[in-house]
Design a protein around this ligand. Sequence first.
Ligand code: MG
Length: 416
Amino acid sequence: METLTGGSLTDHIALHNLSRILVGIVILSYIATLLPKRIAILGSTGSIGVNALDVIDHLGPDYQVAALSGHSQSKKLLEQIARYKPKSVAVTDPSAFAQIRKELPSPGPELYADMAEMVRRDDIDLVLAAVVGAAGLPAVFAAVETGKILALANKESLVVAGSILIPLARRHNVPILPVDSEHSAIFQAMQCGQPREIKRLILTASGGPFRNAPADKIENATLADALKHPTWQMGSKITIDSATMFNKGLELIEACWLFDLPPEQIDIVIHPESVVHSMVEFNDGNVLAQLSPPDMRTPIQYALTYPERRPSNSRKLDLTQPFSLNFHPPDPERFPALDIARDVARRGGTLGAVMNAANESAVSIFTSGKIPFGMISRAVSHTIARHAVQASPSLDDLMEADRWARKTAEAFIREN
Ligand code: MG
């Protein structure tokens, strides 16, 4: 009797073997879902890192802390090592490294001075990159090159090197899951339509502590003023970036890379309550928003459990009390960072690296209390104006642009 496929015996055997392979793949993928997800947290002593550990505590045994990294907070890192027993730990500050090596329990985790080297280990499934600044870049590249899922909280990686990182992730078939609350909101809302149906993204911004301040008050604001964020509890660099609105500028560039859209299709709106984390407008006029109270555990957990959703321990929206949501356009006169970033997003090349580096150096000098707040934006603007843009830079060109921008911004601040 002929088989249903009507083929020869060899066809039949080939089909039989193929079906065995397919069943094998299905069983292996099923087993993979039963194994815990092994997570590396880069920047575990920072604000995102600490929130991520809280999320992992809550999620239970399906999620395992496989690796941690910190810079100089050795006491906090030692406490985390004792509690989570990771297989590997990276410490980037040399004196903290020496101290941790002395006090490490035995047998303890394998110790690394270089985050990127640790990330290449094969006992890691997902890398949460939560190191602040361009310093996190080599480890992000290492994660992508070795095929790990990348949960990206380090927006500087895309701002500086999006032109290299995005094609690299595509080549290695590595998903980049956004952890920044705005980009997590957009990522979630985008799943209601096709990329080609998107008309624009609407990034919300709290407006920071100087949302309603007059220009002269912003110009001379102190470090204490800049650190008083009205809605979010975050690290000091990002809190100062929220005050200048360079944070929103960096996020605009980050969104261009993550969602493959030009800056003309991304608008920014001030939303003081920080409840609507961003929106997507589709071509038929429907606008989809993601809402939740300002609590970083919500976007962190979504990135860790994606494509699943799980019950969380983050703050929930309370609709039993009256509340209102407000939106208004930003004032580019008082927050020059927005126009600067839009221009950088449009022109591309080495400019993302230059804007980011000049801002990092100006913020670090401002944090030492030596310059007025208004100097940050002026130093970034001056550095960009002096830069000879390279259109298709290599990673070395980007690093060189970064070094040049830091020097140029520092010299400008010294002379003014
Ligand atoms: Mg954000």
